[in-house]
Ligand binder design. Structure first.
Ligand SMILES: Cc1cc2nc3c(=O)[nH]c(=O)nc-3n(C[C@H](O)[C@H](O)[C@H](O)COP(=O)(O)OP(=O)(O)OC[C@H]3O[C@@H](n4cnc5c(N)ncnc54)[C@H](O)[C@@H]3O)c2cc1C
Length: 352
């Protein structure tokens, strides 16, 4: 195992297994399993890792323990050895997460930049692991002259996070293209699942409990220039509302057009989490928030973007509390003015 720094008890020798950490403030529970961890695992385990370093909002308290696996086998070993009472939380790029300032108890498994394999199973079917960046996957697919997931090019995140949330944009959703997934359970067992094992909705996916995504297989469509703009073409119905200019273009050109559209309408490059609230049926959360007068307003270091009212920006010194309080106030004001109760799209996790 790659040992980062002081483990507060994890690095004790085999004879000390089960002893308490040296300091009362050190993370405790994993000390009971330090011996197998230190002899078998090849990943990196860190105590008290600030999650503000790993979320796109740049806020969030520490993970009691933070594990970056070397590969899937290593991660399976890690899960096998974790005592069942230790809470586990998985994260990818942290681009849809509000981690509270008190941090997360137990172990956070971090897949971003790891579990990074992309393989072609045939000329239309791609297998990718959960840590693969979805913009990268979209580009690789487009370079192979296949169409379908161009919309992912502008969604910062890992494949695991995209599967967990049914990430999508411009009418497309990732699960439209998924044929099967591979998961890992709390005991380190791997499972092959089909789409039928999941209830898939708007930015939400329900599947077998206590399983996390380690890979997925996606089936794409070949791009035929002559068909791209004609009715009944291979372009799926879900993509029908994509910008007209992009519709008739090659996958790579379509990606460029979608990214340009994002740059024009969203505060790209500033610390945010994308859309904070889900769009209510038949309306847009951003429109309601703007009409309720929130653009440019804020609390502490967090404010509502002038460019897109459903984005909350960390101006540098925001706390998770600032953001959560701002979200609450926005929700109350939209409810009061329009009778619509906005539902958070971001996942709020951890202790206050
Ligand atoms: C500028 C910007 C624009 C955005 N635009 C869009 C958009 O157009 N459409 C859209 O859908 N989203 C958008 N988002 C939100 C976000 O990028 C997506 O939701 C993305 O899919 C999250 O992936 P992630 O790897 O960052 O997941 P994280 O934020 O790390 O995790 C999100 C959730 O997924 C779970 N999770 C993570 N990995 C796994 C796994 N391997 N197995 C099981 N569960 C897992 C986590 O536990 C958590 O509950 C945007 C965000 C930003 C910052």
């Amino acid at each position: 195992m790659n040992n980062e720094k002081n483990y507060g008890g994890l690095e004790a020798s085999a004879g000390e297994e089960g002893t308490s950490p040296a300091k009362a403030s050190s993370p405790a529970p994993l000390s009971t399993i330090h011996y197998p961890l230190s002899t078998i695992l090849r990943g990196t385990l860190k105590p008290q890792e600030p999650l503000s370093k790993h979320t796109t909002w740049r806020v969030g308290g520490p993970a009691e323990w933070f594990y970056e696996p070397a590969d899937v086998i290593d991660l399976a070993h890690f899960m096998q050895q974790l005592p069942p009472d230790i809470p586990v939380f998985w994260m990818g790029l942290g681009s849809n997460l509000l981690v509270r300032d008190g941090g997360i108890t137990g172990v956070v498994i971090h897949t971003k930049g790891l579990l990074n394999t992309i393989e072609w199973l045939d000329n239309q079917t791609v297998y990718a692991q959960a840590g693969v960046s979805v913009p990268k996957l979209a580009r690789v697919v487009a370079q192979n002259n296949l169409t379908g997931i161009e919309f992912l090019a502008g969604i910062p995140g890992t494949l695991g996070g995209a599967l967990a949330l049914n990430a999508g944009a411009y009418g497309g959703n990732i699960w439209t293209y998924v044929t099967s997934v591979e998961t890992l359970d709390r005991h380190g067992q791997r499972h092959e699942r089909t789409k039928a094992d999941y209830e898939i909705g708007y930015r939400q996916v329900k599947g077998p409990p206590n399983e996390w995504f380690i890979a997925a297989t996606l089936r794409l469509m070949p791009y035929f220039p002559a068909e791209a703009s004609s009715p009944g073409a291979t372009t799926p119905p879900a993509e029908a509302s994509s910008p007209a200019a992009a519709e008739a273009s090659s996958p790579s050109i379509k990606i460029k057009a979608l990214l340009q559209k994002r740059n024009e309408t969203q505060p790209i490059g500033l610390p945010s989490c994308g859309s904070v609230f889900r769009n209510p049926p038949g309306d847009y959360a951003g429109r309601l928030i703007e009409q309720a007068g929130w653009k440019g307003k804020g609390i502490g270091g967090a404010y509502v973007s002038e460019k897109h009212a459903n984005f909350i920006i960390n101006q540098g010194n925001a706390t998770a509390k600032d953001i959560e309080t701002l979200m609450e106030q926005i929700r109350e004001s939209v409810l009061k003015q329009y009778g619509i109760s906005l539902v958070a799209e971001v996942h709020i996790v951890g202790k206050s």
